[in-house]
Write a protein that binds this ligand. Structure first.
Ligand SMILES: [Ca+2]
Length: 413
């Protein structure tokens, strides 16, 4: 952690004291700021309705989400819209529309080839508006397929603001810049500037919320240099996502390209891996440009595949893994002033070490995560309600959080 400047120090101490007093009397969580962890609606209420639609986000808010998560990509006419990927052949009904048959093509994004696909940047917003969103995961409801449109970032912001008034809760947004390196190429080929994608997001967010770290907004990315760039442009909170290819039997992370390192690092033949980012040195590096980390959950809780069928269903899978406890990443991140939001919790898939999705989320909440991304907001809300654990050392951690926060501001250009 960087040393505070003399000018900042009195302010820092005052802020720490004030926070401690606030946190002292009541129950406090072992989160970075002592506040309850956030339930982040992953792609909306994606367990129930087609992902990244206003209807899906509204459903998540109704179920109690604190934040809704629009992943952002860019149209041919430079509009930021919510889709999980630029690739939309399977998340919309575009394949069934004859007028767009000539848009089918093959492209490579971050080293992954997408054949016979459709890409958002080949459509204007008006054209995208004629598509209907579809459920993307097997086994989930499909009766709403084709009924809901692809929303713009502006519309997602308007929804969050309207629902905040309607519900009396603060509904935040958690936009992700998808594939910034790829998008730089797209925006340049379309005649926009290299940093158009990032700049457009910043100008839109500043117009809606102001340039402040207290805005109910987190900007997330798996890349590094775009976040470093954003750190020079905005005080809105920034989150370094941390990916991996898979989790090994012994609980370590499998790092196989292209999921081994941030893609902007890969294209310049850099050595930095995702695992490096959550090492002690890596976390102090991240703290120079971001406010928090968003690691895949095996980085936080170690689970081991030891061949035991703990669920007793005659099949050995991820749910049967032995739970060994915290890896220490949450504690180290907090010590660096970084909050930790982890993903993805699903009632119908990807459980590791648990066969009850709420119990899995509770395990991470007890360890002190600051937020959880889930496709099933209602289960996330139930998990938070089930873990009202007071933690005495939240006072210390909240103080460290203030120091870390001020430290990052100091580093800004
Ligand atoms: Ca089993």
């Amino acid at each position: 952690m960087r040393k505070p400047t003399p000018v900042l120090k009195p302010l820092m101490l005052a802020a720490t004291a004030a926070l401690s007093m606030l946190a002292a009397p009541a129950m406090a969580w072992n989160t970075l700021d002592g506040n309850a962890p956030l339930v982040i609606a992953h792609r909306g209420a994606s367990g129930y309705l087609p992902e990244h639609t206003l209807e899906g986000y509204a459903k998540a808010i109704q179920l109690g989400a604190n934040y809704i998560e629009p992943d952002l990509v860019m149209t041919r006419d430079g509009v930021l819209v919510a889709r999980h990927e630029p690739v939309i052949g399977d998340s919309t009904n575009v394949r069934s529309l004859a007028q767009f048959a000539d848009r089918m093509t093959t492209k490579t994004i971050d080293g992954v080839k997408y054949e016979n696909q459709f890409f958002v940047e080949d459509f204007t917003l008006a054209e995208l508006r004629t598509l209907g969103a579809k459920q993307t995961r097997a086994g989930r409801p499909t009766e709403f397929d084709g009924q809901f449109q692809i929303p713009t970032l502006d519309e997602v912001i308007a929804l969050a603001k309207a629902k905040s008034i309607e519900t009396g809760r603060t509904i935040g947004i958690y936009p992700e810049l998808k594939h910034s390196t790829y998008m730089q190429g797209v925006s340049q080929s379309l005649g926009f500037g290299k940093t158009y994608f990032e700049d457009k997001l910043v100008s839109t967010l500043h117009a809606a919320y102001g340039n402040t770290g207290t805005a109910p907004v987190f900007i997330q990315s798996f890349e590094v240099s775009n976040l470093q760039y954003l750190n020079t442009k905005t005080d809105i909170k920034l989150v370094q996502l941390v990916d991996a290819d898979d989790v090994n039997a012994d609980g370590s992370l499998s790092l196989v390209a292209p999921y081994d390192r941030p893609y902007d690092v890969a294209v310049r033949n850099g050595k930095l891996t995702f695992a490096d980012l959550v090492s002690n040195v890596g976390l102090s590096f991240v703290a120079t440009y971001a406010d928090g980390i968003g690691p895949w959950k095996p980085y936080l809780l170690k689970t081991v595949a030891d061949g035991v069928d703990r669920t007793g269903d005659g099949v050995v899978d991820g749910k049967d893994r032995r739970v060994d406890g915290s890896t220490g990443v949450i504690e180290n991140a907090h010590a660096n002033g970084l909050f930790v939001h982890t993903w993805t919790f699903r009632n119908d898939a990807s459980m590791l070490g648990y066969d009850n999705p709420q119990k899995e989320m509770e395990a991470y909440l007890k360890m002190g995560v600051d937020g959880i991304f889930t496709d099933f907001t209602d289960t996330g809300v139930a998990a938070v309600a089930a873990v009202p654990e007071p933690q005495t050392y939240a006072l210390l951690l909240s103080g460290l959080g203030v120091i870390g926060w001020l430290g990052r501001r100091r580093n800004k250009a």
